[in-house]
Design a binder for this molecule. Structure first.
Ligand code: MN
Ligand code: MN
Length: 274
């Protein structure tokens, strides 16, 4: 797949950039809805919808060193991530489906992982596939250790994966927990359990389908975009990498891609200012 459209305001060359956008339009294991591979193009397209000036942060993104490296095939994704990390830049990866995240984090050293997701994604295999999107958190927990990963916004799982998660003491925070507790209490859990280098994996279905309808596997009773934004803002300075996965343009009216683009822009802006 060729991709000529770059993310808005990614005007820097690779060498002088601080943030590197990379897209992995991979959706081979999608089970419910097809089309996640189209999301990088749509997220990039929607990124032009916004003002370059972020008024609430008093920051203009044209002044930030952002590079868009284009698209990577699944096989060359680890190499691309390694190149970005060796150059000491922050990768921002646009999926594709959630199965790309374990490949990405395997290139990092000494990190914790915060996963926004409606689903526990803790199956050992799904339909015979260990690298399925339904196994993403399981694979990531095997890389960083179950004590170093927090799935946040969870509201769907099968009985077996819940049993497996409990067996390894996986600490997940449900969407109901988020509604039942003050923001600070959730933030305290994140601060306490995760190290100073945090990778954020944002499965867009964590956000309620009324805000993010265009996802591979929509699940009602979700998080608000503002909650997700505020969590990312609070930890932005510790974030060493970010992915946004599972946007599914054929089922989107454009708003899910726009929200994904906005969260990328907000993360960059906040990290620059904090
Ligand atoms: Mn997921
Ligand atoms: Mn999900």
């Amino acid at each position: 797949m060729t991709e000529n459209l770059l993310f808005a305001d990614a005007n820097s060359d690779f060498e002088s950039s601080n943030y590197v956008i990379l897209a992995v339009p991979y959706d081979k294991t999608s089970t419910h809805r097809q089309g996640t591979k189209e999301s990088p193009h749509n997220i990039r397209k929607e990124s032009y919808n916004f003002e370059t000036y972020l008024y609430d942060l008093d920051l203009d993104l044209v002044d930030v060193a952002i590079h868009d490296l284009g698209n990577a095939a699944i096989d060359s994704t680890p190499n691309a991530i390694r190149k970005i990390l060796e150059a000491k830049k922050i990768p921002i990866v646009l999926g594709g489906e959630h199965s790309i995240s374990p490949l990405i984090i395997s290139e990092f050293k000494d990190i914790s992982v915060l996963v926004f997701d409606a689903h526990l994604d803790f199956r050992d295999e799904y339909e015979g596939e260990r690298n399925s999107h339904a196994c993403a958190v399981r694979r990531m927990s095997e890389i960083v250790g179950p004590e170093r990963i927090i799935p946040l916004g969870v509201r769907s799982m099968c009985k077996d994966e819940l049993a497996d998660a409990e067996r390894v003491s996986l600490n997940f925070i449900t969407a109901e927990d988020v509604r039942a507790q003050p923001f600070e209490a959730i933030q305290d859990i994140i601060d306490e359990r995760l190290k100073d280098r945090i990778y954020v994996s944002l499965d867009m279905d964590a956000i309620d389908p009324c805000y993010a309808p265009g996802v591979g596997t929509p699940e009602p009773y979700g998080l608000t975009p503002i909650f997700v934004r505020d969590v990312i803002r609070r930890i932005a300075q510790k974030v060493v990498g970010l992915d946004i996965v599972e946007v599914c343009p054929p089922h989107d009216n454009g708003n899910t891609s726009a929200l994904a683009a906005k969260l990328v822009r907000d993360f960059i802006g906040t990290r620059e200012k904090s």
